[in-house]
Design a binder for this molecule. Structure first.
Ligand SMILES: Cc1ncc(COP(=O)(O)O)c(C=O)c1O
Length: 387
């Protein structure tokens, strides 16, 4: 197994503005919202040589197999408010919101995706009764395309990479179509900023579970990175006073655009093809609005090969946690980091640390999951959750 490890030379003390408490209230009104589970996993702690490993498992979030709906739902809502020029209140649940927005129809949401974000946007469009057009890169596997279609969206396969799909989706914006992208470009920043804000709910849930169970706050947090929007939310949370943790970002070796940018000292592009099985992380360019938080806030960057992700999926299955290829990246990355001499020298106290791993998706490609893990995801039993 191969890994590339960088201690971030651009790291600086920052205190990003904390997101508004309105977001939690918004998510509470979403269908089937409830906090996802936090697991305390002694077997992984033993394996990694740390005091405690906590796993926040986004295997099932509002009925979808990844965390992405948290950002997509909030960003869609705020973009609609901007489009209307007012907030479509009052509404207590999604049906009432859909009724308040019915006058907009026919109306469309569009975005590009590597899988999970697009499915989440398609899910929002279906709930609101809007049309939806999702653009995917050429090498997207059929199971993921079908999952997006199952939400009623039109899926267009773009002959190119994820970055090409992003460029194509941007052309859709118009008087009856909102583009809900999780990455930003010049002149398109408000909606991807809202996507980042929406992810705050995950970290607030972790805090609540830790407070309720009397565990220690994490000393080290490992986060998978694609365009870096999720990491920007992690940096926002774990750079607040009283929440400081060592932040580790994980990418695939051939799509390590955040690591390459940190090494170059500025935003850099990692050209495709990006062929990793960690498909949610197959991005060639970090989101420009995330970059200030990525460059100043991350402590260590780790890129790993696909075999590391496969092994992490099996390790998580062995302790009863279902993680898809992308979802297992945090464990794959922290496993590689733990063995690194520079890390061992810098983090001499890691043996006493509580490590939080963000498992950001479940079995988003069930066939591939069964092949890698050796059994279907539905047969993986649960360990007991902290909360
Ligand atoms: C399951 C999963 N984890 C992590 C990420 C990375 O998020 P971001 O692109 O915001 O860095 C993605 C992105 O699609 C994803 O699908």
């Amino acid at each position: 197994m191969t890994a590339h490890i960088t201690e971030n030379p651009l790291r600086q003390p920052i205190t990003p503005a904390a997101p508004s408490s309105e977001i939690a209230q918004f998510h509470l009104r979403m269908p089937a919202y409830s906090p996802t589970l936090l697991f305390d996993v002694p077997d992984l702690a033993g394996q990694l040589g740390v005091r405690r490993v906590l796993v926040k498992a986004e295997t099932r979030r509002m009925g979808l197999p990844s965390f992405k709906i948290l950002g997509a739902s909030w960003a869609t809502y705020r973009a609609i408010c901007d489009h209307l020029g007012y907030e479509p209140e009052p509404w207590r649940n999604i049906n009432e919101l859909a009724a308040n927005l019915a006058h907009l129809k026919p109306f469309k949401l569009a975005t590009a995706t590597d899988g999970n974000h697009g499915r989440a946007v398609a899910f929002m469009a279906r709930l609101l009764g809007f049309d939806c057009h999702i653009f995917v890169p050429r090498r997207m596997v059929e199971a993921r395309i079908q999952a997006i279609r199952s939400e009623g969206a039109l899926v267009t396969v773009v002959d190119g990479s994820y970055d090409d799909a992003v460029a194509r989706s941007a052309d859709e914006a118009g008087p009856t179509c909102i583009v809900v992208s999780d990455t930003s470009w010049e002149g398109y920043e408000d909606t991807p900023a809202r996507v980042i804000e929406g992810y705050a709910t995950i970290f607030n849930e972790v805090d609540d579970a830790i407070a309720a169970s009397g565990l220690d706050r994490p000393d080290i947090v490992a986060i998978p990175m694609g365009v870096g929007a999720f990491m920007a939310a992690a940096v926002t949370h774990y750079r607040q006073p009283g929440h400081q943790a060592t932040i580790v970002g994980v990418e695939p070796l051939d799509a390590n655009c955040v690591q390459a940018s940190v090494e170059a000292g500025d935003l850099a592009v990692v050209p495709g093809p990006h062929e990793s099985i960690m498909v949610g992380l197959n991005c060639g360019t970090p989101s420009p609005i995330a970059w200030p938080r990525l460059s100043a806030g991350i402590d260590w960057l780790v890129s790993v090969d696909d075999d590391s992700a496969r092994q992490a999926m099996r390790d998580l299955a062995a302790v009863g946690i279902v993680a898809g290829e992308t979802g297992a990246a945090a464990l794959a990355g922290f496993t590689a980091l733990s063995a690194d001499p520079a890390w061992k020298a810098a983090a001499a106290d890691a043996a006493d640390a509580t490590v939080l791993l963000l498992v950001t998706e479940g079995a988003t490609d069930p066939g591939s999951y069964a092949e890698i893990v050796g059994r279907g995801h539905e047969t993986v039993g649960r360990v007991i959750a902290v909360r």
